[in-house]
Design a protein. Structure first.
Length: 323
């Protein structure tokens, strides 16, 4: 998702927020019984996946307590900044259950380029359950110069901090819609409403969905604020088309190694990330170019894939520095 909600998007377009009927069909699946191969097959076919209980009940309770103690629900701050402030949110980034599922989708190399805490306050109790307009999570009024959603392959992950009911603004999603290449971002996708289903997840469950899978959030009419934590991940090779802001340095420096690896060097692709840090910092572009050309040539002459691959990595680092 972008850092703005469908209501904000509608307001910026000068429209009233769009609300529609929540799909009556509740999607059921034995998520707990899936191994990585089954997760990969399901995601490939449907464009989404539920990973149950990435956070325990005790961990969810601790997150609610920290939200309250920090006053995050009512603070007028950037949602990404709110994510970084709460120590209980950060473990989502490298959560073992979640990263295992992500490996089944991306392979072993991926990065987390965005996190957000999103509170959704309730409408007046008694308002019938509704959803917002069906949409995809790219090309939806991203601020000028914000390239975070420009990766060729990325997913959003929502972790709900309460059990979902029809009144709690559950996620509506259209299985298989990620293969509909005729759909345009920010266009009317309501012709797919009969194919949409509702996901009623439990507190601590995560939903992974591809950036071009059609979905819609709900309108919260439960009488209680809905709390959600988002993370966005991309394949390491799928570098953004422009420069993106890195995670805050203090946040990265305080992270354990497993997490730091996922949130560092967001402006590099897989090859650049494979080059040693000192290469990026101290090798001038002209030297990177010369050395990479030499290694690629030598690797080709000697028939050595390892030497040639090192040359390719240095060339990728040169290209990143040059841009």
């Amino acid at each position: 998702m972008t850092d703005r909600q469908p209501k904000q998007v509608s307001e910026e377009l000068g429209m009233e927020p769009l609300v529609m009927e929540i799909p009556k069909k509740v999607f059921q699946h034995a998520w707990d019984d899936m191994d990585e191969a089954q997760q990969r097959l399901f995601f490939s076919k449907n464009g989404f996946l539920v990973v149950p209980e990435i956070f325990s009940a005790a961990e969810v309770a601790a997150m609610h307590k920290e939200i309250e103690s920090l006053g995050l629900e009512d603070k007028n701050i950037d949602m990404s900044e709110a994510f970084c402030r709460a120590s209980t949110f950060a473990p989502m980034i490298d959560n073992p259950k979640l990263t295992s599922a992500l490996k089944s989708i991306f392979g072993p190399e991926f990065v987390c380029f965005k996190g957000a805490y999103v509170p959704k306050k309730s409408k007046a109790k008694g308002v019938p359950p509704q959803r917002t307009a069906l949409h995809v999570d790219y090309g939806i009024l991203e601020p000028e110069g914000d390239y975070r959603n420009s990766s060729a392959l990325w997913v959003n992950v929502i972790c709900y901090l309460s059990d979902m009911t029809l009144e709690h603004a559950p996620l509506s999603i259209v299985p298989g819609s990620h293969t509909r290449y005729d759909l345009q971002p920010a266009s009317d996708m309501e012709m797919l409403k009969e194919e949409a289903v509702t996901l009623l997840t439990k507190a601590g469950d995560a939903v992974i969905f591809l950036h071009n899978t059609v979905h819609a959030g709900g309108v919260n009419v439960s009488g209680y604020t809905q709390h959600m934590v988002f993370c966005s991940y991309r394949a390491s090779w799928a570098r953004h088309i422009g420069h993106v802001r890195e995670w805050p340095k203090a946040f990265v420096d305080s992270a354990p190694p497993s997490r730091r690896r996922l949130i560092s060097d967001l402006n590099f692709g897989a090859l650049e990330r494979g080059a040693p840090v000192f290469v990026h910092r101290y090798f001038p572009p002209f030297l990177l170019k010369k050395v990479s050309e030499l290694l690629s040539t030598v690797g080709g002459l000697l028939g050595s894939p390892k030497i040639k691959k090192l040359g390719d990595r240095l060339w990728a680092a040169h290209s990143a520095r040059k841009s």
